[in-house]
Structure formats: structure tokens, C-alpha cells
Design a protein around this ligand. Sequence first.
Ligand code: NOJ
Ligand code: MG
Length: 608
Amino acid sequence: MPYFSTLYITAMHQFIKILLAVSAFCCAAHSYEWYESGNFYQIYPRSFMDSDNDGIGDLQGIKSKLQYLKDLGIDGVWLSPIYKSPDADFGYDISDFRDIHSLFGNLGDFDQLIAECNRIGLKLILDFVPNHSSDEHEWFQKSERNISGYEDYYIWRTPQIDEVSNIPVPINNWMSRFRYSAWKWSEIRQQMYYHMFVYQQPDLNYRNPKVVQEMKDVLKFWMDKGVDGFRVDAIRTLFEKMNPDGSFPGEPRSYDPNCDQYDHCSLINICTRDQPETYDMVYQWRNLMDDFATKNKVGSKVLMLESYADVDLNMIYYGNATTPGAHFPFNFELIKNTNINSTAEDFKSAVDLWLDNMPAGHIANWVLGNHDQHRIASRLGVERGDLLNILIQTLPGAAITYQGEELVMTNVHLSWNDTVDPKACNTNDPVNYEKLSRDPARTPFPWDDSKNAGFSKADSTWLPVGDDYKTVNVKAQEAAANSHLKIFKKLTTIRKESMFRFGNYTGILSNNDNVYSYKRQHENEFAVVVLNFGKSQEVVDVSSLFTSIPSKLKVYTSSLESAIADGEIVDASKVTVKGNIGLVLLNSSTMAKVNLILLIFSISFLIL
Ligand code: NOJ
Ligand code: MG
């Protein structure tokens, strides 16, 4: 009997391998790099999963939930900073670029995490924060004490001293992104240093070649550990405009009525952002990463940048064939150009802005949420939650999802007393702080309906869990017949099909500009996505919008409130779509193939 079972299991394994090989052959006629249509997921480590029950997430917690991400259809996981930090800006103030925050674990835990990612087939991307360190970093401590070799690691200048008050006067009018002067007096060095973010985040001096080399060594350190790439923080602010005599010019006033004199936006930031030297530094990092991959015969490393710059400036980051830059700067056009009242036209224009400006042969990408923004559903309407996930998952290029957006989470309201984000605390405004606070999107991830949403067994968590966790959680959405999570998984599955991976894109507005539809086509495979951004039901004539549409189409998936079942056959000339609803339509043969692949995966999962 044992002999028979072994034979049986071996035979089943062989059978499954053949089935998987056949299905892989069906879907992958091209050999593209994984990140070209990569599905990225951003983890905010403090809030993903707490393994040691101290109320703060950690690396072992993340490791224990990797299978969730794999099952979700994610390719690459990006971790917000996990490095040693005094947490003045929750990990973005790093006191050792080569060590792990003790709250999150240690380097051994990191090695285990990366091994587990490799085992289950997930890529691991780290946050790289080159613009600044913590004021507790050894380099800053040495620089502040003028220790030989470290004097110019940061940006130091001698201020005038006000004769009346005897207080040092800021070097110029530059403001921090987190309010107030960007110059901070050091009693120790008797000079001021520049900080774009909180004063505990002094800017590194990229005009010092030693700093440039140090940070390249940091990249090498983590690549040696096996990471698959980096998300670069605050790239725009890497360099500051400097006069030939070493002084810094002031910035002109913006007269923006939404900004007071202490806000960064009260000035036109022509000196503190987007300096020409920045692009070259990105090209140097890409070169280093490509060289590393070639020399070590490992897969290429992906370089993604955080930049809210205008699209024309962002395009420079891509570089060109001879001098490649980032694989992509994040595309924040959908964030910058939309709000709760945005129309189909606004969304389509934001999509076109990127696609029309992107140089040929590069990778587009789509971002709607992250740890710096309020929840997508709170910004753009909870009724549009699925529609927006459909958008992000079905456009050409990479998709980036912030943790919890697959569940269509909403902002968690936090009282002034519970608020910890320096961006909000620096307002000193217990009434209006919430507009600026990033905490509402940083609360613990809801895994189930148990204590602390299954995130932690601690008595309290670093930020409270949302009140709606009893219903908005992974377990509930997995158990439901249909849910945001289930729709998200269907999207990540279809996304692996050729029309979404390599297909071209044709977008159009219809129905009095309420509906934004697009066709994605690769060879004979195509899909049509219909997004009704209007409030009322529309009947969309898909056959008249695109060429070669068969008379009948199948609904692959749709928003939860669509009242249309997956697999329903619709008349292509009369597709009825309720307000705020999105649909993915396929022709029947594609549908049959996707169903077969889903079936194969389900059978293999059950047997294994
Ligand atoms: C951008 C990060 O996303 C944000 O969270 C952080 O506060 C600043 N950069 C400073 O590092
Ligand atoms: Mg800087």
C-alpha cells in the first residue's frame, strides 16, 4: 500500500507538472522580464502582521503572510523601510542603512524572509532612502562634530546671527516639506544644516563623492543579500541648486492660497527639487544594478522611483537605450489629477498623459494608493473601489497596490491624540490635522474579525485598527461568495494573459463622456474594459467603439455591485453598466482558456 501511494503521488506530480507546463506554454509565448507587467504590492511593515505581539508589525509577521500575497497574484513585494531608525518619520529616518530596525527583527530574520520569498516565487524590493539619513546616523554624528572625512557628508552653512535676538537666521527661505524652515541650527557644530523633511532627517550632500560611493555600497550590500530591486524615496530632492560661490539662492513665492508662509508650497520649488544632477545619479544606480546582475549572473534588478514631478520631467528618469535610467518612475498622474468628483474624462486624460509622453519601449505603471495618501476609496468614492482596481490591473505596464486596497479599505479616523505622523503633528492644529495626516491609511491590516483584526495579540496596537474590521477583513472576503478581494484575484489572474501583458491599448470615451472603455489586444486575444464613472446606468455600444468585436461577449468579472454574474453573456451592442461600475469583457474562446487555467491551478492546489 505505501509503495502504491508513492507511485500514485509521483504519477500525480508528473501529471500536474505536464498540465502546468502546458498552461504556461499557452500563456507565455514571449519571454519578457517579470516586472514589465509586474504586479507590485507595497507593504507598510509596521502595520502588516505582528508576530511577537508588541502591537507593531515585523519581518516574521510578513514572512508568515507571503502565501497570501502569492495567492493574491502578486509578483513583487515592496517593503517600506525596515532599517534601523529612531522613527521620527516612521522608518524614513534611517540610522543605519545596513541594519534592521530591532522592532522588525534582525538580519537573520531578513535572510529568512528573502529565502521564503525565493521559495514561493515572490520578488522582494526594498525602499532605498538616499536623500537623507537620521540625525542619529553615525555619519551625521561625526559630521556634526566635524570629524575628519565626514565634514561634508551633509549640507552645512554658517548663518548670520540676528543682532537683536541673538538667534541664528536661516541660510535662505527654503521650507521643509513638513513645514517651517529647512535649516536647523546645531549647537555642536555652530552651523546650520539643511533638511527637506523633518529636522531629524538631515539631507546628505551628493556633491561629495564619498557620499555617492557610500550609498552605492548600500545598494550593493542589499543586492548581495539577494533583493530584486529598489523603490527610491524622494528622488526629486536629491540635489539642491547651488551658486558657484557655494551659496544657495532663495526660492520665489508661489502665492498659493492653500499654503501659509511655513509651507514648502508657499514657494516655487525651483531650487530644492528636480535639479539636473539628479537624473545622472539615477543612471549611475541603474548602471551599478545592471553590472551587478551581469557579473553575478542573477536576474536583473528593478529600479522604481518615487517622484511627483510633472510628467515631462519624470520621463527623463527613464533614460535612453545608451544610458538607461529607472525601469519606471512611479506614475502618480492618477493621484494628482483626480478627486471625488473626477469624471471618466479626467481618468482617461490622466492615463493618456503618461502613455502619450512615455518614450517608446519603456514600461508604464499605475499607482493610486500608498502610505502617503489617504485611502483610495476615501479619496475617490467607496462605490468606485472595484472599478479603480479594475483600472489599475488592466492598463498596460506594471500595477502597484498598497496594502489593503485589494479589500477596498477606507480611511481610519484618528483623534488628534492618537495621531503620530509628523506631517500632521507639525500642523499643531487639532482641528484640521486630518487633511495632512498620513495615519488614516497606515493602520493595521485586517486579517480577520478576531482581536485587533488578527494583526496582533497585543493589548493595543501602534495605531488603532479600523472600526469596520469585523466585516472588512481578508477572512470575511475570502469566505463571501463574491467580494472585493475575489474580484481583485480574478483581475490578477486575467492580467497574466497575453492581451494584458503585451497587448496594445485603445481607449475611448462614450455615453456623454460618462464611460471610459479600452480594448487590450494581442494577436487574436483581446479584452474590453468598460468603466462607468457616471452615477447613472449607461447602455454602452461596445461594437461601435472598437473594431472587430463579436456580437456576443462574456463578462469575465465586474464590480461587486454590478448585478452581473461572472460568465454572463452580453450583447456587445448593448452592454448595460450601472453607475460607478466596471466590467471586464472577453470573447468566449479567451474565457474558456482562462477557465481551464483556473481549473488546472485549483486541481493542482487541491492535490498538492
Ligand atoms: C517619501 C516617503 O514616501 C514619505 O513617507 C517620507 O515621509 C518622505 N519621503 C521622506 O522620506
Ligand atoms: Mg536633498
